[in-house]
Design a protein around this ligand. Structure first.
Ligand SMILES: Nc1nc2c(c(=O)[nH]1)N[C@H]1C(S)=C(S)[C@@H](COP(=O)(O)OP(=O)(O)OC[C@H]3O[C@@H](n4cnc5c(=O)[nH]c(N)nc54)[C@H](O)[C@@H]3O)O[C@H]1N2
Ligand SMILES: Nc1nc2c(c(=O)[nH]1)N[C@H]1C(S)=C(S)[C@@H](COP(=O)(O)OP(=O)(O)OC[C@H]3O[C@@H](n4cnc5c(=O)[nH]c(N)nc54)[C@H](O)[C@@H]3O)O[C@H]1N2
Ligand SMILES: [Mo]
Length: 674
């Protein structure tokens, strides 16, 4: 009789650094060296012991079929995914050799790295990776696919002043959710909004879709995508015109109020309502509610930035609490991104100067890869899945198909982009490596430790890039290379070094200035030179076509009348984890738009415009505004019939500020397929 030994089950602490505001602290169950379950812990107070359904499925991501277990070298045509196994030594020699060959033959600018928020941790991005590409003199990347317009606006107006803490929404008497859908994209805000509502707070949602929270709202402004700017300006105009503006606050704490009021003047409720396709009375109701309530909490999301007016729209929305005088109380003010809550400077870990080479806007990757002049010969992709997440997908795909382009993809899973790689390198996930993680909603910094050994032969980013520095001969004495050295350099760059280290060592979590929930204009102030909000910052005014707050009209044409938006879903984190969902994803249409085209639930349809087409299933949904269609972001090619996604329909035009992506400026037509 054999004795069955109990399984060695342990619970280990970890932290989720994926691209999400919440930065959850995790409790990971490890059984015999394998992750068997993930849940939330209470180390980060916001996590409160629960996490999203997406990350709960992380064990399938770790050990699933899609995981890359060892380096691979291409054997088939690009896109077909035929690879042979290679050793790390062979793969790294090949990549290092190509980097040097391209630099020596064509100059460093023929090398381009493409990376984004696959892992938002401080250690796995902008450390040894940036060092390698800086020292090789590679082309620089403008990381603009997300948060560029809102980042420009928030920097210009307030120097990215930290916002209302998630837990402080419970104190609000009015909550405004503007272009944000926390039920999918940051779930820990939801219970605080609900708590506020239970205590009598009113809820306003500004969103073309009837989201879960919009269903519970006192007022849902279902505006046409891209029209947030006139809507916000009409409220600003009304506040000034009716004497409801906060005269004293504006005089003491802002500059540019008069100019802002001048620019808002043309935007009567009637005019804004016409542009936004909502009722003027509802706009006035909103303005009244906002003026009357205190504390009034405004959560500004990213849905409103992804169009031609995105930067000015966010600026106008962030100007609202200043004009209405909503700061200075707990639960009052706004939240945008708190990504700069800590004063940690990645340059300290990079230890190299950024070269003065050309900058390529990632939203124009397709054009850059297809350019004949100054071509890109080597593309290095990590922390990103550009084929599925960047605009103008067909151009990106055409670029990746170039036989004379050498592509490296470094990722834990075999993404659709990786199918076009010459070399695929296996990356560890955050459960297999060290990390220093911060949220851009929650005010926390947490230290992540590996809870399991690397799966297969996977290696962490910082190690692989440090090794490539050595193999290309650009490594230098004293470079921070190990996770410990990198962490020390990062924390060492902060004025709060001692406090941060002490907090990380004892509780595993640190707060900026020791504050989990700072109050705007009490604990935190604009980081502008005079600590004032700049309502019409000069540099933004110069950058925006026609000046800041100039509205660019609806781009629909008679050929392409429907606005196609591609918001986040509760199933994926952008495209991350998309390999776990195999079902077809439908395009959603309003019943009236579907009926006008003879389309019923479950039909096969073609969605197209001048940039490309998607063939997929259709779903009829009354949660949309008429004239608005939706196909979520982050889909993989297996999610549609044609293998193309919303990104094939997204123009590569740029927003007014920050060179941001205009995904939601896609205008399309839809027809039923036989
Ligand atoms: N589950 C999940 N969570 C995520 C992510 C994810 O992919 N999945 N991604 C993370 C990332 S990278 C980000 S940037 C954040 C994004 O977080 P959110 O800003 O909440 O996400 P989005 O889905 O882009 O947009 C929010 C809402 O804006 C609406 N919208 C679209 N166009 C407009 C418009 O013109 N005006 C207005 N007012 N609303 C509009 C959409 O219908 C949507 O409901 O979420 C993060 N969290
Ligand atoms: N149509 C449409 N497209 C959009 C948007 C939209 O609104 N509409 N929104 C955009 C937004 S908000 C964003 S933020 C972008 C995001 O776009 P991306 O930055 O491309 O994000 P992901 O799709 O999550 O891909 C990240 C990749 O990084 C990998 N990764 C994770 N951790 C690590 C690591 O430690 N090391 C390495 N080497 N790799 C790792 C993941 O496996 C994944 O393949 O997508 C944009 N795309
Ligand atoms: Mo994003």
């Amino acid at each position: 009789m054999s004795v069955r030994l109990p399984e060695a089950e342990t619970h280990r602490a970890a932290v989720c650094p994926l691209d999400c505001p919440d930065a959850c602290s995790l409790d990971v169950t490890v059984t015999d060296g394998r992750v068997t379950a993930l849940g939330g812990s209470r180390v980060n107070p916001i996590t409160e012991g629960y996490i999203c359904a997406k990350v709960r499925r992380y064990p399938e991501h770790l050990y699933g079929e899609g995981r890359v277990l060892f380096p691979r070298v291409r054997e088939s045509r690009k896109g077909e995914g035929g690879f042979r196994r290679a050793s790390w030594d062979e793969a790294l020699e090949l990549v290092a050799g190509k980097l040097l060959e391209v630099r020596d033959r064509r100059g460093g600018e023929a090398i381009l790295q493409v990376s984004y928020g696959g892992s938002n941790g401080y250690v796995s991005q902008d450390t040894t990776d940036a060092r390698l590409f800086y020292r090789l003199g590679a082309s620089r990347l403008a990381r603009t696919v997300c948060a560029a317009p809102s980042g420009s606006a928030a920097t210009g107006l307030t120097g990215k002043m930290p916002g209302i803490a998630i837990q402080d929404y419970a104190y609000a008497k009015l909550v405004v959710l503007w272009g944000v859908n926390p039920s999918a994209s940051g779930i820990h805000l939801v219970p605080y909004v609900q708590q506020a509502v239970q205590q009598g707070a009113r809820l306003v949602v500004v969103d073309p879709r009837r989201t879960k929270l919009a269903e519970r709202a006192d007022l849902h402004l279902a505006i046409q995508p891209g029209t947030d700017l006139p809507v916000a300006l009409s409220v600003i105009r009304w506040l000034f015109e009716t004497g409801r503006s906060a005269t004293d606050f504006l005089a003491e704490h802002t500059t540019g109020a008069e100019e802002l009021s001048r620019r808002a003047l043309p935007w009567t409720f009637a005019r804004a309502a016409k542009a936004a396709r909502v009722s003027a009375l509802d706009l006035e109701r909103f303005a009244q509610m906002y003026a009357d309530a205190s504390p009034a909490a405004l959560r500004c999301g990213w849905g409103l930035e992804r169009n031609r007016n995105g930067g000015s729209a966010v600026a106008a929305v962030l100007a609202l609490p200043a004009v209405a005088g909503k700061f200075g109380v707990r639960g009052g003010g706004y939240t945008m991104s708190n990504s700069k809550a800590f004063d940690i400077d990645s340059l300290a870990a990079i230890r190299a100067q950024e070269p003065a080479t050309r900058t390529i806007n990632m939203n124009r990757l397709g054009d850059a890869l297809l350019a004949r002049e100054k071509p890109i010969d080597l593309l290095f992709v990590y922390n990103c899945n550009p084929l599925q997440t960047l605009p103008a997908q067909l151009k990106v795909r055409q670029g990746l198909e170039r036989e004379d382009l050498f592509t490296v993809v470094f990722d834990p899973v075999l993404t659709d982009t990786a199918l076009y790689a010459d070399v695929v390198l296996p990356a560890t996930t955050f459960l297999e490596r060290e990390e220093l993680a911060r949220g851009y909603g929650a005010f926390v910094l947490q230290r992540g430790r590996p809870v399991i050994a690397p799966v297969g032969e996977s290696r962490p980013n910082h190690e692989v890039f440090a090794e490539l520095c050595r193999r290309t001969g650009v490594a230098a004495e004293g470079d921070a290379e190990t996770a410990g050295e990198i962490e020390a350099a990062l924390l060492g760059s902060s004025r709060e070094k001692t406090q941060l280290e002490a907090a990380l060592d004892t509780n595993g979590v640190a707060f900026p200035g020791g504050l989990a929930a700072p109050v705007q204009f009490v604990d935190v102030f604009p980081r502008t030179p005079d600590r004032k909000i700049r309502l019409v910052p000069e540099e933004l005014d110069r950058e925006a076509p026609g000046g800041l707050y100039a509205y660019r009209a609806e781009p629909a044409t008679s050929a392409f009348p429907l606005a196609l938006i591609s918001p986040a879903t509760d199933r994926t984190i952008s495209s991350t984890l998309g390999e776990l969902h195999r079902e077809q994803v439908p395009v959603e249409l309003h019943p009236a738009d579907a009926a006008a085209r003879g389309i019923e639930d479950g039909n096969r349809v073609r969605v197209w415009n001048e940039h490309g087409e998607v063939r997929c299933l259709a779903r009829v949904s009354a949660s949309l505004k008429p004239g608005v269609a939706m196909l979520p972001k982050g889909l993989w090619r297996h999610h549609t019939l044609s293998g193309t996604t919303a990104n094939a329909l997204a123009p590569d035009t740029l927003s007014d500020l920050g060179g941001g992506a205009c995904f939601n400026d896609a205008r399309v037509e839809v027809e039923r397929l036989g």
